[in-house]
Write a protein that binds this ligand. Structure first.
Ligand SMILES: [Zn+2]
Ligand SMILES: [Zn+2]
Length: 173
């Protein structure tokens, strides 16, 4: 099911069976703590780019709200397979480079690559024992099994939910 996002404002978001606010995380500038990104990307599944280890967000699949400063112009980076052009995003407060895209700023946002200058709230990463039906977080498998029993949240329901939320894997070079 596609997510419905209103532009500019923070996500109004319909994804049945999921609690809304818990799905959003704020990323901050490591240097000055300025809020840079809000996203519903699953932290446990945040892919990294092979070439430089940058974390990848995909605005076609996830809610990605940026508060970064788009730097003018572009730069080129030499890679094994040739030259790559990057359009840089910086922290609006301290000017630290925090991200880049491979498409110009005026193009619709697709992939954005975040550097390690961005602080990701890893402590909010969902535990592997989360009930996918209602989002309840358990500390271990026994607890999850008990929860499923008590609430009648079965694995079949989880799989259905999963299929509905299915995201295509991101292939990054
Ligand atoms: Zn900063
Ligand atoms: Zn549940």
């Amino acid at each position: 099911m596609p997510k419905i996002v209103t532009s500019k404002r923070l996500p109004v978001y319909t994804n049945k069976g999921q609690k809304e606010d818990d799905n959003f995380n704020a990323f901050h500038c490591k240097r000055c703590r300025t809020h840079l990104v809000t996203t519903d990307a699953e932290l446990a599944q945040l892919p990294r780019r092979r070439t430089d280890g940058a974390m990848v967000l995909d605005a076609r699949l996830q809610v990605v709200q940026l508060y970064t400063l788009r730097k003018e112009g572009s730069r080129t980076i030499r890679r094994e397979k040739g030259v790559e052009r990057q359009y840089v995003h910086a922290c609006p407060s301290c000017d630290q480079e925090v991200a880049y895209t491979s498409k110009p700023h005026e193009a619709e946002l697709e992939l954005i690559y975040l550097s390690d200058a961005v602080d990701v709230p890893w402590h909010r990463m969902k535990s592997p024992w989360t009930c996918k039906v209602c989002g309840y977080i358990c500390q271990n498998l026994q607890q999850l099994q008990l929860h499923r029993k008590q609430r009648d949240h079965t694995e079949e329901m989880e799989n259905e939910q999963e299929e509905k939320n299915q995201l295509k894997p991101i292939v990054v070079g």
